[in-house]
Design a protein around this ligand. Structure first.
Ligand SMILES: [Zn+2]
Length: 103
């Protein structure tokens, strides 16, 4: 299946050519092109800025799967020295601005 990242605009397939899973991660920096006047003289140097919304589809490192459902350890509110497993909505590290299915 092909996707467009709503954070960085990249298009990608969620599988590599060899059939293994591909996990998209946005570049953390955005290139801001330099500007030139009509004579070709630079008026503003190229620079980079940090991306505000980063999508990171790598599996969340703190999840445990119970019967195929993602669970995360959380402090037990009744006994703070212990943890409990609680259902977790996200399975990736960061949703960013989401993604859109493309043909
Ligand atoms: Zn992206």
């Amino acid at each position: 299946m092909n996707w467009k990242c709503n954070s960085c605009g990249a298009t990608y397939s969620d599988t590599n050519p060899d059939g293994t899973a591909y996990y998209h991660v946005c570049d953390t920096e955005i290139l801001v092109h330099g500007l030139f006047d009509s004579q070709g003289k630079p008026t503003q140097p190229a620079t980079t800025k940090r991306r505000e919304s980063i999508r990171d589809e790598r599996p969340h490192p703190e999840l445990t799967y119970v019967d195929g459902k993602p669970m995360r350890q959380k402090a037990n509110p009744e006994d703070l020295g212990r943890t409990i497993l609680t259902p977790w909505e996200y399975t990736i590290r960061s949703e960013g601005a989401g993604r859109t299915k493309v043909e």
